[in-house]
Structure formats: C-alpha cells, structure tokens
Design a protein around this ligand. Structure first.
Ligand SMILES: [Zn+2]
Length: 260
C-alpha cells in the first residue's frame, strides 16, 4: 500500500505534498561511481515475504544508477527538512567507510546513524513489495518519536559491519519475522523487522521486535569480531571496521539474525 498520508508527521494531501523517498540514498551514486565499480557489477534487493515465507530478489546492473528504490510514503516537508538533514549527517559520517577507509564514531554519531537506518527501515516497510500489502511493524508512535526526538524507538537495535564483496556494491535485505511462522494476514504486533543495507564496504543493520518475538532483541555481545553495536549506543567512540569482514556468503546469515 502506498500511503497517502506521511508515515512520520501523519499529514496528508492537500495539506502537504507527498513525495518519493529514496530508500537507497542518492549520495550512494556519488560515492560509488562507475569508475570505481567497473563493469559487470550489480545491485540487489531481497524481500522475505511475511505472508508466505517466500524470498524475492531483484537485481539491477551497475554502474547504472544504484538509487532506484523509491517509496511514496513521506511528505515534502519531512523529506526536504529533517530527513534530508539526517541523510546529510549520515553521509558525512559514513562516506569514507563506503570506500573502505576506517572511521571513528562517537556516541552522538552512533545515535544519528541508528536513527538514519531506522528511518530508512520505516519508509521501506511502508511501501509495497512486489504486490504484497505492507503491514508495518513500527507503530505511529514509534515514527513520531523518531521524527521528534531524532532517536530510534527504545526497542530498536542497530549494528554496523564491513563486507568484502565480489559483485554487489549495494544490497538491501528486508526481512520480516512473524510470530509462530508465516501466515496469510499477520497483525502489526505479530511482526519483527530486520533491514540490512550494504553500500560499498559498509554494512548497516536495524532490528526491531515490538512484541519480543523469539525472546526479544538480537542476542549477542555489544561487539563481536564481525560487527559493532551502535544502538543502544555503547557510550564510547568505536572504530570501524570490525576485526573480521563479512563475505558474500556470511552476509546472508548476518541479514537473518533470528535464523529462521
Ligand atoms: Zn511529513
């Protein structure tokens, strides 16, 4: 369902103008140019269908445009205002990491990055995915909290990782978990969502489980050899990349943290 109401401020036309939001930010195209990518590279989007458990993939060739996933779910005021500022903040922090240069992320930046990837997840789950109607796992209150406080909802967890890839400069995994397994018409409170985005060498992931399906948040330490938690923030500056990079194989496992 493409919303006629902004998923953040809840206003609708004619009070506001609805616009397309680039789930894959336009600045990725500037960070990963055709000269860097070379021929024969592809971008990939994976959607795990919450209704029947099936997987759908879409690939598109690079070095044509990477930022092709657009969803009409937000108003112009939000898109050109706080969302644009948050996107610029993420760009300033993350740009070196996309091409593999190490970065240091302080606690305030950890919150900004977690807010940014959670914002993307909220937009992504508001749009249609190959004809399947969206059932959002984030509530209206969650989205209002994110917009007004520029922080993810308290139950959100975000991670950052690195990847050595052989062919996909951009990947987007949108995985929904349903309590009790796939079913035909799940309710919002039966869902958990994990969105994983890779761009160049960088991997960002957000996970939210409103009703603590499968025991709640992701298990695991704040930092492991192949990822670092950024939300809840770890109260000190962290260095990226982690000791071990993900690969084209291990990213599949990382993007499915509940393993079902
Ligand atoms: Zn709005």
């Amino acid at each position: 369902m493409t919303s006629s109401r902004c998923v953040f401020c809840q206003r609708s036309e004619p009070e506001v103008q609805m616009t397309d939001e680039d789930v894959i930010s336009k600045w990725f195209d500037k960070a990963l140019t055709p000269e860097i990518l070379g021929p024969g590279r592809s971008a990939k989007r994976t959607y795990i269908n919450k209704f029947d458990g099936s997987t759908r993939n879409k690939r598109w060739p690079s070095p044509q445009k990477l930022s092709v996933v657009k969803i009409k779910a937000v108003c112009q005021a939000c898109n050109n205002g706080w969302m644009s500022r948050l996107d610029a903040r993420a760009k300033s922090i993350l740009s070196p990491a996309i091409s593999g240069r190490g970065i240091t992320i302080d606690p305030e930046q950890q919150i900004a990055l977690a807010t940014w990837i959670t914002m993307k997840s909220m937009v992504l789950e508001s749009g249609p995915a190959w004809g399947v109607e969206a059932v959002p796992s984030f509530s209206i209150v969650d989205r209002e909290v994110l917009m007004s406080q520029l922080a993810p909802p308290a139950r959100t967890q975000a991670r950052i990782a690195a990847i050595q890839t052989e062919g996909y400069p951009v990947r987007l995994y949108h995985r929904t978990y349903v309590r009790g397994g796939p079913k035909s018409a799940p309710q919002s409170d039966e869902l958990a969502i994990c969105v994983t985005m890779t761009v160049g060498c960088l991997v960002v992931q957000t996970f939210v489980d409103p009703q603590e399906i499968n025991g709640g948040l992701l298990r695991g330490p704040v930092a492991a050899r192949n990822y670092i938690q950024i939300f809840p923030p770890v109260r000190e500056s962290i260095s990226w990349p982690p000791a071990v990079a993900l690969t084209d194989e291990s990213i599949e496992e990382f993007a499915n943290p509940l393993g079902v």
